[in-house]
Design a protein around this ligand. Structure first.
Ligand code: TYM
Length: 338
């Protein structure tokens, strides 16, 4: 099927530091798995990154690093569209229109803003507050049907649908649904990888403890050390899913194992019931190393080839622009802009 006839997926990753196992299992590995089934558009969302202050020199490098990580994980820039958000001005233009469609009440319900802004909300950037509108713009600009993401993005997808619906209601002639309502694609396993130091907290780039996460650039020794030191509880591994649900650290490690080995959590429980954590951790570290080491090596290789990365992003930008231009044009027309 030609790309133009396939349903479209869109997703993005922020260039805010090195990517971790949560980004990989919750999102990027799925981007790779589905790239032939859809017209796949994968973005490096640098405009989202600057909603929180970024060092300009590091940001430039981080953008290229996400490009290298995408490719190292297996996204093929020939089959998928890989590009940088700020290079397609339509994202910001449509976001402005959507700022005028979304309601303040909707944004006030966003839990990620509350978490990121923390107690000092008055001092958060306005960009951080309207972040979900820019995300809706990313998705709607491509008329994406599906959005592969981790579990933490669910609420952002809900507001995207609300915004699309409101736009369709307010501006689209009877009978025309201009923006398709996008569906999230959230995996059943490992869609929320938790911190290795606290099974109740999400694994995150912003966690001050390096030991809380596995980064895609961790070498085998460091990875083994982090898994070895991961928090556990004193009991042997559970023998039922019900018991596992009551033990957050065991649940996290067993979910990671299941995600990497592409099997259900029930299967992992059945294989390891009653075993000691030490034994399980050593198997988990082996598994992670065999999955991530080829990615790390390819990432290091690609990082040294900036000319190639630049060329991929330029070509990806051209493909993205082609897809975005007619949608932005029609959206402006519907609103009554020239
Ligand atoms: P970001 O950059 O925080 O994360 C990128 C992707 O990784 C997923 N993820 C996780 N999955 C499982 N466990 C975790 N601990 C974990 N941490 C992160 C995220 O769910 C995400 O899929 N708002 C988005 C970026 C974005 C976007 C978009 C996504 C901007 N525009 C349009 C989709 C469509 C974000 O902050 O992702």
């Amino acid at each position: 099927m030609a790309a133009s006839e396939q349903p479209r997926v869109f997703s993005g990753v922020q260039p805010t530091g090195s990517l971790h196992l949560g980004n990989y299992l919750g999102a990027i590995r799925n981007f790779v798995d589905i790239q032939d089934d859809y017209d796949a558009v994968y973005c490096i969302v640098d405009l989202h990154a600057i909603t929180v202050w970024q060092d300009p020199v590091e940001l430039k490098q981080n953008i290229l690093d996400v490009a290298a990580a995408y490719l190292a994980c297996g996204i093929d820039p020939k089959r998928s569209t890989v590009f940088v958000q700020s290079e397609i001005s339509g994202h910001a233009e449509l976001a402005w229109i959507l700022n005028c469609v979304a309601r303040i009440g909707w944004l006030n319900r966003m839990t990620q803003f509350k978490e990121k802004a923390g107690k000092n909300r008055e001092n958060a950037s306005v960009g951080l507050y309207v972040y979900p509108n820019l995300m809706a713009s990313d998705i709607l600009l491509y008329h994406a049907n599906f959005v592969p993401v981790g579990d933490d993005q669910k609420q952002h997808l809900e507001i995207t649908r609300d915004i699309a619906q409101r736009f369709n209601n307010d501006f689209t002639p009877e009978g025309e649904e201009f923006f398709p309502l996008p569906e999230p694609l959230i995996l059943p396993v490992a869609s929320r990888v938790m911190s290795l130091r606290d099974g109740q907290k999400k694994m995150s780039k912003s966690d001050p403890s390096d030991m809380s996460r596995i980064d895609l650039i961790d070498d085998p020794d460091l990875l083994r050390k982090k898994i070895g030191k991961a928090k556990t509880d004193p009991l042997p591994l559970p023998d039922s899913r019900e018991e596992l649900e009551t033990r957050p650290e065991a649940l996290n490690l067993m979910s990671i194992y299941s995600g990497v080995s592409r099997q259900s959590v029930e299967q992992t429980v059945a294989e390891h019931a009653g075993r000691q954590f030490s034994d399980f951790k050593s198997k988990l570290a082996d598994l992670l190393i065999s999955e991530l080491e080829p990615i790390r090596k390819e990432f290091i290789r690609l990082k040294t080839d900036q000319a190639f990365l630049d060329q991929c992003l330029r070509e990806g930008g051209d493909k993205a622009a082609e897809r975005a231009a007619p949608v932005l044009g029609r959206a402006k027309e519907l609103v009554g802009l020239r």
